[in-house]
Design a protein around this ligand. Structure first.
Ligand SMILES: [Zn+2]
Length: 375
């Protein structure tokens, strides 16, 4: 009996349907050892034993199946029908083509795939609905594993009737730190609004680690499973927005410093009035690391939410002058210069910038999700 190993999974020219390249792998000794220790059972039992216990478990999804998949850490064997696989997935259709039939192989290794996620897809394909997970939110890591399988083998369409129930808390989870890989799940199953919201949240909340890596607001890595170009796009929008924020602040500062100041209380106090405003900006920028050197946006590790809140709330102090006798401390003659600070306030322009941050979902992401949503 021949055995095949999936060696390569490469995109075809249009990048749409991956093509499986297979070569024969003669591993008779290993296979015999696995089979010798194996126990065979009918589905419905989901493999749940620890790795040390997982010795060649066999699951039969089709009594008349013509192929056995050797999955994950190569300890689970799943008997399936190659015809069902061809119907379920264009990738498997290519993989189990006529060339496969001619090879007369009956075992194929899937060493890189998560066993449970693959089994969910295979059970749907073989109509074993009673053995599927319940119609309740799936644990996040299971949903992510399922998304990886559905992306890799293009099997979103066959889990579509179930995925709404399994992913019903995804939107809620995607708002929390630690669930950033919701991006990949949303990208795979075509949940454009979840993708867009999460990408926007990450633009505002992402911080840059010491080695330039993208971290969530808690300082944790976002996870390895992300859609192509998603994090790069988020970081680009983040940096562009910070650049706009900094430019706006420095323009405001330069204008405040260089433009002749107008004191709305009494022009004879213009020097003190101007100095208190310029001094407030210098002090506030210095505390944020924005003065005296003017850092580039790429050097800012703070997230946009913190940076913009600090700038919006940057206190601009105004002087108080006494219009009466210098010996007269009558409150009626003390004048407050708060109104003179108006032109230097940063709040309005920064809020305008925050309202106009571009989307971190590329057109190519949206196109992909629209296509996935139709499956
Ligand atoms: Zn004034």
């Amino acid at each position: 009996m021949d055995q095949l190993t999936v060696l390569d999974l490469v995109d075809d020219d249009d990048g749409d349907v991956p093509v499986i390249t297979q070569t024969k792998s003669k591993k008779k000794g290993k296979k015999t050892a696995q089979r010798g220790k194996g126990k065979q059972r009918e589905d419905p039992v989901t493999p749940s034993a620890s790795n040390s216990e997982k010795v060649a478990e066999s699951i039969i999804l089709d009594d008349d199946g013509d192929v056995t998949l050797i999955v994950g850490n190569l300890s689970t064997k799943i008997r399936v029908s190659s015809q069902v696989l061809r119907l379920a997935s264009p990738v498997w259709k290519a993989m189990f083509s006529d060339r496969f039939a001619e090879s007369q192989a009956s075992e194929v290794e899937f060493p890189d795939d998560d066993e449970e996620a693959l089994l969910v897809v295979l059970r749907v394909a073989h109509l074993h609905f009673l053995q599927l997970p319940p119609a309740t939110p799936m644990p996040f890591h299971r949903l992510l594993d399922l998304a990886v399988i559905c992306d890799k083998y293009d099997t979103v369409k066959i889990v579509r009737p179930f995925i709404t129930a399994w992913s019903q808390n995804l939107e809620e989870l995607s708002l929390q730190n630690g669930y950033e890989e919701s991006l990949f799940i949303a990208w795979t199953f075509g949940y454009h609004s979840i993708y867009k919201s999460l990408a926007s949240r990450l633009v505002l909340s992402a911080i840059i680690g010491p080695d330039g890596e993208c971290l969530n607001s808690g300082g944790d890595f976002l996870g390895p499973t992300m859609p192509l170009n998603s994090i790069e796009t988020i970081l680009k929008v983040r940096e562009d927005t910070i650049s706009t924020l900094l430019n706006t602040c420095y323009k405001k500062f330069d204008a405040t410093l260089a433009t002749p100041h107008v004191c709305t209380v009494n022009q004879k106090h213009v020097e003190a009035c101007h100095a208190s405003i310029v001094g407030s900006l210098v002090r506030g920028f210095h505390q944020l690391g924005l003065f005296p050197d003017r850092p580039a946006a790429s050097e800012i590790s703070l997230n946009i939410s913190e940076l913009s809140a600090s700038l919006i709330n940057l206190p601009i102090y105004s002087c108080k002058t006494n219009t009466g006798s210098s010996y007269n401390y009558d409150y009626n003659t003390i004048r407050d210069h708060t109104a003179c600070t108006k032109a230097a306030q940063l709040s309005d322009p920064i809020q305008d910038i925050l309202k106009n941050i571009p989307s971190a979902a590329l057109d190519s992401h949206k196109t992909h999700m629209d296509e996935q949503a139709k499956k």
